[in-house]
Ligand binder design. Structure first.
Ligand code: 13P
Length: 255
């Protein structure tokens, strides 16, 4: 049985003060006591330490980062390494988000280098894939997903694959208010799991958790996450409000 994982991707939002207030509000809603769903908060780098501090003893809520560089250290102005993230008690790192791919030129090869380095540093990657609307309209969803998955996760051992979270985020559903239907999302997730089985073995395919991302809200979260191959959500806009994020986490518990 895969444990559901719901993550708040704050993107380029939230000052330190706002981050503290968010965590306090989340804990007041008893999200700190939930153990049957893994909860991850992914702040901008500048608020990571503040979130960890505000979480205090609520150790079931993990902290993630939105990106990292693959080099260990050195003259890479503006970049952050896996070791620097570990130093901040970060557990997860989102890699290859579609915004990084489209705005900052990240390719599957770049994402793959980062994913491998994350595993070496014992950080768990949340590797993002997803097709554009044009690719969907042309009937290329499976082709694109297979290419991104095989490229971004190339060369991983079955163990590392099992410890990777895949986020399926159709680009046309990100920040648009237009969610994939539960059927569309389930179809893509089932295909991703089938591809993971082919890349490694059946056990690995069954273990990997696949999150859905793209306009997830309290109103659609339960139906999406009750699909057999949808193991949680990567939430953008709705994760900026503690009330709606708590509702989405709670929706992951309902079967
Ligand atoms: P929205 O939930 O705002 O559509 O963003 C999804 C996303 O990109 C999460 O990583």
């Amino acid at each position: 049985m895969r444990k559901k994982i719901v993550a708040a991707n704050w993107k380029m939002n939230m000052t330190q003060a706002e981050a503290s207030r968010f965590v306090e509000a989340l804990l007041l809603r008893d999200v700190g006591e939930i153990t049957d769903v893994e909860v991850v908060i992914v702040p901008p780098f500048t608020a990571i330490a503040k979130v960890t501090e505000a979480l205090g003893n609520a150790q079931n809520i993990k902290v993630g980062a939105q990106n990292m560089y693959w080099e260990k250290n050195g003259p890479f102005t503006g970049e952050i390494s896996a070791a620097l993230l570990r130093d901040l008690f970060v557990h997860y790192v989102v890699l290859g988000h579609s915004e990084r791919r489209t705005l900052f030129g990240e390719t599957d090869e770049i994402v793959n280098r980062k994913v491998r380095v994350a595993h070496e540093a014992k950080l768990r990657p949340i590797a993002c894939i997803g097709e554009t609307l044009e690719q969907r309209d042309r009937g290329n969803v499976e082709k694109i997903l297979a290419m991104q998955l095989r490229g971004s996760l190339a060369g991983l051992t079955p163990k590392d694959l099992q410890e990777t979270v895949v986020a399926y985020e159709p680009v046309w559903a990100i920040g648009t208010g237009r969610t994939a239907t539960p059927e569309q999302a389930q179809e893509a997730h089932a295909f991703i799991r089938k591809t993971l089985r082919e890349m490694a073995d059946d056990t690995t395919g069954e273990h990997v958790r696949i999150q859905y991302g793209g306009s997830v809200k309290p109103e659609n979260a339960r139906e999406l996450m009750s699909q057999p191959d949808i193991d949680g959500a990567l939430v953008g806009g709705a994760s900026l409000d503690p009330r709606s994020f708590a509702q989405i986490v709670k929706a992951a518990r309902e079967r």
